[in-house]
Design a protein around this ligand. Structure first.
Ligand SMILES: [Zn+2]
Length: 352
């Protein structure tokens, strides 16, 4: 999924012709629920039960199989019901293996990665939907707007998995940094362990960020882990601090495209001075002298209590300390508590 940090392989077992028409599953229950998809899931698991051994999918030897993908032909009918793409809990034991999670994605006229990546993000990592967020993540609008080449998971999620280095600068007095697009910086609220600011260099037009062509600079997030997801503008687990201060992203659940003036650089907005914590106290964080976005970008940061006479610490942090994830398959969240543990995961959760 990302530079060899996470190896996600799928075996394809062929197709299963469902017992009923697609409309039957879509309309099995009139409410907002997945009764129809549960019915199809059970048919599929029963059909393939004799021909496959789930022991092959227990990479960690913990008797869990963590990922099952079901792709069906056609277009989903209505949001959050029937066969609408989603991830959820299986909870069945086969071959002494507990089938934990599955996702279901539709295949329209041709298969696109976008929805598959998004639902896999729910299924494997428990990542929430990032509404009011824009194109900056596969869990936001980034897959819908670029389904053939979906945007990556955002850097906050990637740092949480240990895929990119995370630099904790909470106690930084004064630091001039030059960074490329594989580093995350975190500034934590000393009074609230759920809260902090996070930023990284997002380089549009490059690899999985190709869709964000022309958008380059520091993408700054304000996170609040007390929130379960991004359910409303007032309840955001991960909020984009827009460089232009326009807050356009908050105006729509799925803002599009939303990236014109959101990233900090010397041409848009070169400083972020003392953004507030959620209790309206001052964070003391100062990111200044944000430079020209090129191969690398430079910026200066100061934390609380710093003064201009402080010692300058230079650090070139381009390629240091990439944590290699040894886990194969869909299971590396088990190691997360040894890392940053910024995000929880709930196996029972159903996510659209
Ligand atoms: Zn979703």
């Amino acid at each position: 999924m990302y530079l060899g940090q996470f190896d996600y392989k799928n075996d394809v077992f062929g197709y299963y012709r469902a017992k009923h028409t697609k409309a039957w599953y879509e309309d099995l229950n009139s409410g907002i629920n997945y009764v129809g998809s549960d019915s199809l899931l059970n048919e599929v698991l029963t059909f393939f039960d004799d021909s496959l051994d789930y022991c092959h999918y227990d990479f960690e030897g913990d008797s869990y199989a963590d990922a099952i993908n079901i792709v069906y032909v056609g277009t989903p009918k209505a949001w959050a019901k029937g066969l609408w793409p989603h991830a959820g809990h299986v909870g069945q034991v086969k071959d002494s293996i507990l089938l934990v999670r599955y996702e279901m994605t539709n295949l329209a006229s041709t298969f696109s990665l976008g929805t598959f990546v998004h639902e896999s993000g729910h299924m494997i990592f428990g990542w929430p939907d990032l509404y009011y967020f824009g194109d900056y993540c596969a869990m936001g609008s980034g897959t819908a707007n670029s389904p053939k080449a979906p945007v990556s998971p955002n850097d906050f999620f990637r740092a949480d998995q240990g895929w990119i280095p995370l630099n904790d600068v909470s106690s930084t007095i004064f630091s001039a940094e030059t960074t490329n697009s594989s580093n995350g910086y975190i500034f934590k609220n000393p009074s609230n362990s759920d809260e902090g600011y996070f930023w990284s260099y997002v380089k549009g037009g490059w690899k999985r960020w190709s869709y964000l062509s022309g958008s380059m600079g520091l993408l700054v997030f304000h996170y609040n882990l007390a929130e379960q997801g991004n359910s409303s503008p007032e309840h955001l687990r991960l909020r984009v601090i827009e460089a232009d201060g326009g807050n356009e992203l908050l105006a729509s659940m799925v803002p599009e495209p939303g990236h014109a003036y959101d990233l900090f650089n010397e041409y848009t907005q070169s400083t972020l001075i003392n953004p507030l914590w959620y209790d309206n106290t001052e964070s003391g964080l100062r990111i200044t002298q944000i430079g020209n976005p090129a191969g690398t970008i430079t910026f200066t940061m100061e934390g609380p209590g710093s003064s201009s006479s402080s010692t300058t610490i230079s650090s070139s942090s381009g390629t240091t300390m990439i944590l290699k994830n040894e886990a194969m398959g869909a299971s590396n969240f088990d190691h997360r508590s040894e890392r940053f543990d910024l995000l929880g995961r709930n196996n029972q959760q159903r996510q659209d």
